[in-house]
Design a protein around this ligand. Structure first.
Ligand SMILES: Nc1ncnc2c1ncn2[C@@H]1O[C@H](COP(=O)(O)OP(=O)(O)OP(=O)(O)O)[C@@H](O)[C@H]1O
Ligand SMILES: [Mg+2]
Length: 543
C-alpha cells in the first residue's frame, strides 16, 4: 500500500493499532525514533535500550568479520567497544553525508549513507519487535537546517537503502521539528521572534523564526536567520576533558604510552560521563582504577567550565553572530521573545546562564524536559499532519493552523566563465523562502561546429563560504543537455530554471528550448532534472 492508500484508510477508518506513522531524528551521536500514539493522541518515543539505558540509539556502527562469520553491531554495544575495535567501528558519519568519502571498516569500504541506513534499519527493527504485525504507513526524517543539497539527497538515499521507499513522506529541517514540538504545548503568539538553539553531540544549530499571524486561525513561522557551526557539539567538550584526564594521569608519573587501547576507551567514556553528570551535580569523584597506583580525582562544575572556557566563549559568539547576520539585517537580543534550548548538550547549566546573560530575562529561556527527543517527536507530529491524522488546526493546542516558511540556507547558482576565470553566478540567494525559490537563466549556445550546437553543460553550485570565492562553493551537480536541434552558432537559446522541492529542500531544475527569435521557433523540448553531486545528470532531447 502506498501513502495515498493509507491516507484514505486513515480518513475513513482512523489509524488502526498496527499502522505506524513515524518520525526519525538521525543524529550525529544519537538517533531517535517515535511513533504517533493514537490512544494518547501524541507522539511517543521508542526506548531503544529496552529499559536498560537511555531512549536514543547511539549512531555507532560496527562491522565485525572473521573467516567464518560477519556481524553488524549497532548502537550502545558498538559505542562501548569503539576504542577496542576502532578499525571496525564508525562514529559521527553524519558529518560525511553528501561527500564521496567512504568509511573503511575491517578493510571494506562503506558510504556514509550505507552506515546511516544501518542505523535507520535498527530503529525500524525496534518497531517491528514492539509489534510484529506493524505496517509502516509514512515516515518523516529530520536533517540539519544547513545540510547542503548533496547531504539531503544522501539522506533520502539512506532511507531507500534501509528499505523505505514510498513511505518516506518528506525530510524535515531539525529546528522546524523542534519548533513543532514546543508549539504543541506552548502556542506561539503573533509577532513573536523565537530562537531554536539545538546543541547536539556533533553540531550546534541556531535558527531564528518569526511568527506571523496570517488570518485569525493561521500562523506562518518564517526563518529569519540561521547560524551555529558544524563540529561544535558535546563531542568537542569530551575531547577537551579526555586531554585533561591524560594530563592528570601523566602528572601522577604514569607513562601514557603504557596505557592500553581499552584504557583510552575507558578514559573517553569517563570524560563524557563526567561532563553529563556535572550537569546535575556540583561535584563528582572520578576513579581511575586501572592506573597503578589507582587514584580518584575530584572535579567541580566550576572547574569543568574553566577547562572548557574557550569552547563556552565560542558558543556565545555563535549566538551573537546569528542575531547579527539575520537575512534582513541585525536583530537585537531584546527583540527575541523565546529561546528554546534543544539537543542533549543544552542540559549543561552554563548554557542557560549564558542565555540569561545575553537575553536578560530568565522567563524567555525554555529548556525542554527531554531535549534529546524533541526533534524526533516534532518529525512525528509533522508526519501525523501529513498523513491527515488531524487537521493541523486541531493538532496545535492554540487552534492555529501552522505553516512554515523555510528558507534556502546557502546561495545557489551556476559556475560561469568570465574571460579566463571561473566565477559563481547567483541564481537563488540565501534566505529566499523555498516557495519563492525559482529562477531561470537563458543560455545562448555558441560553437565551432554543428555538434557543439546540440549540447550544453552547466555546473550547479552552492556557495557555503562567500568570502572564499569558488573554493567556498560545493557542487550540487553537473548537468549535460544533449540532442538539441542543429542550428547555426549563437542561434539556440536554452532556458535553465532552478527551484527547490519544498518537501525535501533539495535542488531541482528544468531545461527548455526557446529556439531563436523569429528565425527558429522552439522545438518543444522541455524537461525536468535532479542534479546529483557524484554523477553527471544527462538530459537528452530524444525527439
Ligand atoms: N545531562 C547532560 N549534560 C551534558 N551533556 C549531555 C547530557 N546528556 C547528553 N549530553 C550530550 O548531548 C550530546 C548528544 O546530544 P543529541 O542527542 O542532541 O545529539 P545528536 O542529535 O546526536 O547530534 P547532532 O544534533 O549534532 O547531529 C552528547 O554530546 C552528550 O554527551
Ligand atoms: Mg540533533
Amino acid at each position: 500500500m502506498n501513502i495515498e492508500h493509507y491516507k484514505k484508510m486513515i480518513r475513513e477508518q482512523g489509524l488502526d493499532e498496527n499502522t505506524y506513522i513515524l518520525g526519525v531524528d538521525l543524529g550525529t551521536t544519537h538517533s531517535v525514533i517515535s511513533y504517533w500514539n493514537q490512544q494518547k493522541n501524541a507522539p511517543e518515543p521508542v526506548d531503544m535500550s529496552n529499559g536498560f539505558g537511555k531512549i536514543p540509539l547511539p549512531s555507532v556502527v560496527q562491522y565485525r568479520k572473521d573467516e567464518l562469520d560477519e556481524e553488524w553491531i549497532i548502537g550502545s554495544e558498538a559505542l562501548n567497544t569503539y576504542v577496542i575495535f576502532p578499525e571496525s567501528t564508525a562514529i559521527s558519519f553524519k558529518s560525511l553525508m553528501g561527500s564521496n568519502q567512504v568509511v573503511s571498516l575491517n578493510r571494506q569500504s562503506f558510504t556514509p549513507e550505507e552506515l546511516s541506513a544501518k542505523v535507520l534499519q535498527t530503529l525500524l527493527d525496534q518497531i517491528k519487535s514492539m509489534n510484529p504485525k506493524s505496517n509502516l504507513a509514512g515516515i518523516v526524517v529530520s536533517v540539519p537546517y544547513d545540510f547542503d543539497d548533496a547531504a539531503k539527497k544522501a539522506t533520502i538515499n539512506a532511507c531507500h537503502i534501509a528499505g523505505i521507499q514510498e513511505e518516506l513522506i518528506c525530510l524535515i529541517e531539525e529546528p522546524k521539528a523542534a519548533a513543532l514540538t514546543y508549539n504543541y504545548h506552548h502556542p506561539f503568539k503573533s509577532g513573536e521572534k523565537i530562537m531554536v538553539f539545538d546543541f547536539g553531540g556533533g553540531t550546534l544549530d541556531i535558527t531564528l523564526f518569526g511568527v506571523e499571524q496570517v488570518t485569525d486561525t493561521e500562523q506562518t513561522l518564517s526563518v529569519l536567520s540561521e547560524g551555529g557551526q558544524a563540529k561544535h557539539g558535546g563531542d568537542v567538550l569530551d575531547e577537551i576533558l579526555y586531554g585533561h584526564f591524560l594530563d592528570i594521569i601523566a602528572q601522577k608519573g604514569i607513562n601514557l604510552e603504557h596505557l592500553s587501547k581499552e584504557n583510552h576507551a575507558e578514559i573517553k567514556m569517563r570524560a563524557r560521563e563526567t561532563k553529563e553528570r556535572l550537569s546535575g551535580t556540583q561535584k563528582i569523584r572520578i576513579p581511575f582504577p586501572f592506573c597503578t597506583p589507582p587514584f580518584v580525582v575530584n572535579m567541580t562544575r566550576d572547574e569543568f567550565e574553566s577547562i572548557g572556557l574557550k569552547f563556552i566563549e565560542k558558543t556565545k559568539t555563535l549566538v551573537l553572530k546569528t542575531l547579527q547576520e539575520a537575512y534582513k539585517g541585525a536583530i537585537k537580543a531584546e527583540e527575541i521573545d523565546r529561546v528554546l534550548l534543544e539537543g542533549g548538550s543544552s542540559q549543561m547549566p552554563w548554557i542557560k546562564a549564558m542565555m540569561v546573560q545575553i537575553f536578560q530575562d530568565q522567563n524567555k529561556i525554555y529548556l525542554s524536559d527531554r531535549p534529546a527527543l524533541d526533534i524526533s517527536l516534532g518529525a512525528t507530529i509533522y508526519a501525523a499532519m501529513k498523513m491527515g491524522i488531524h487537521d493541523q488546526t486541531e493538532l496545535v493546542t492554540g487552534r492555529q493552523r501552522m505553516n512554515f516558511e523555510v528558507c534556502v540556507p546557502h546561495d545557489i547558482g551556476f559556475e560561469i566563465e568570465l574571460g579566463d576565470t571561473k566565477k559563481f553566478y547567483t541564481m537563488i540567494s540565501r534566505g529566499t523562502p523555498y516557495r519563492l525559490a525559482r529562477r531561470s537563466q537563458v543560455f545562448t549556445i555558441e560553437g565551432d561546429n554543428e555538434e557543439d550546437m546540440t549540447r550544453l553543460s552547466v555546473r550547479i553550485l552552492e556557495r557555503i563560504h562567500k568570502e572564499q570565492g569558488l573554493d567556498g562553493c560545493s557542487i550540487i551537480g553537473d548537468v549535460e543537455v544533449s540532442g538539441l536541434p542543429k542550428r547555426p552558432s549563437g542561434q539556440t537559446q536554452l532556458k535553465v530554471a532552478l527551484s527547490i522541492d519544498e518537501e525535501s529542500g533539495t535542488v531541482q531544475g528544468e531545461v527548455e528550448d526557446l529556439g531563436y527569435g523569429n528565425l527558429y521557433s522552439p522545438s518543444g523540448f522541455k524537461q525536468g532534472f535532479i542534479p546529483k553531486r557524484h554523477q553527471k545528470t544527462l538530459v537528452i532531447d530524444e525527439r
